[in-house]
Write a protein that binds this ligand. Structure first.
Ligand code: PBG
Ligand code: ZN
Length: 318
């Protein structure tokens, strides 16, 4: 008797024995909202993606919800930037008003990116002194931003700046204001990655000097990702994230196995644009390569995938 693996690879059978199933319910759609725009503006570095405006965000949210997507991740592009990124905590700021507009027309779970880099003139994720990105001085500001986003109606805040103790600062600030119900999705293991390139154009968050290696993780490290995640869980993170996704599938698997927490993986702008731009040139089958990438991320252990492809995936699988 010999085992023949091909017996289970016939059309209907192979679907029956599939170990990993992609579902639109696992996907979170990122949205950029630009305070200066009055109509959707295509993002050159990200095929098929646009920056929304305050006047179009509600309609966009409606069509995302109609496609069966349950959650969005919001990034705001403010009209004005300054040294301290003060527009980030403005109760009438771009992200706060966008949350209100989305909540008015939909039941989407609204997750807000919580960082200063889109709001600071220097583009770093924290306050800056000389060439240094300050940690502890940044924490109270992150708390204020969290409170303003939660008050606007955000269900989940997602700190992405990799400041030490940011989760504790945010949890304490939220609780102090009676916002105990607002959840935290921490960008716990966020690597200093070149795959963020297209995003920095999309969000206009390129930095004026240096790089982010002083606060984001070294791609060489794996054990360190577990410390990062453990600390964020101890500080009160409800969900944790690994970012980017596909170059770090080993980390996704270790984090999921070790902590058993709701685990998100972020298929970042570079991962997205590499596939879609190659597809535009006819060098790769775009939908096929995307499905394979998303399947691999889920197979590695991600419960949730943040992907710019969510809308397109939903449209294709409707
Ligand atoms: C900023 C932030 C970045 C991304 C999400 N939040 C860029 C960075 O850290 O430089 C990247 C997302 C993407 O590339 O899709 N804190
Ligand atoms: Zn940032």
């Amino acid at each position: 008797m010999s085992r023949r693996m091909r017996r289970l690879r016939k059309p209907k059978l192979r679907d029956m024995v599939s170990e990993t199933r992609l579902s639109i319910k696992d996907m979170i759609m990122p949205i950029f909202v630009d305070e200066r725009a009055d109509s959707p503006v295509p993002i050159a570095s990200m095929p098929g993606q646009c920056r929304q405006s305050l006047s179009t965000i509600a309609e966009e949210a409606g069509s995302i919800e109609d496609l069966g997507i349950s959650a969005v991740l919001l990034f705001g592009l403010p009209a004005r930037k300054d040294e301290a990124g003060s527009a980030a905590s403005d109760p009438h700021g771009i992200i706060q008003r966008s949350v209100e507009a989305i909540k008015e027309v939909s039941d989407l779970v609204v997750i807000t990116d919580l960082c200063l880099c889109e709001y600071t003139s220097h583009g770093h994720c924290g306050l800056v002194k000389g060439m240094e990105v300050l940690n502890d001085e940044t924490l109270p500001i992150l708390g204020e931003v969290a409170v303003s986003q939660a008050r606007a109606g955000a269900d989940v805040v997602a700190p992405s700046g990799m400041m030490d103790h940011m989760v504790l600062a945010i949890r304490s600030a939220l609780d102090l204001e009676g916002l105990e119900e607002t959840a935290i999705l921490s960008y716990a293991a966020k690597y200093a990655s070149f795959y963020y390139g297209p995003f920095r154009e999309a969000a206009e968050s390129a930095f004026a000097f240096g790089d982010r290696r002083g606060y984001q993780m070294d791609p060489a490290n794996s054990d360190q990702a577990l410390w990062e995640v453990q600390l964020d869980i101890e500080e009160g993170a409800d969900m944790v994230m690994v970012k980017p996704a596909m170059p770090y599938l080993d980390i996704v698997r270790r984090v999921k196995d070790r902590f058993g927490m709701p685990t998100a993986a972020y298929q970042v702008s570079g991962e997205y644009s590499m596939i879609l731009s190659a597809a535009e040139r006819g060098w790769i089958n775009g939908p096929g390569a995307m499905r394979e990438a998303l399947t691999s991320i889920k197979r590695a252990g991600a419960d949730m995938i943040i992907t710019y492809y969510a809308k397109e995936f939903a449209a294709q699988n409707a």
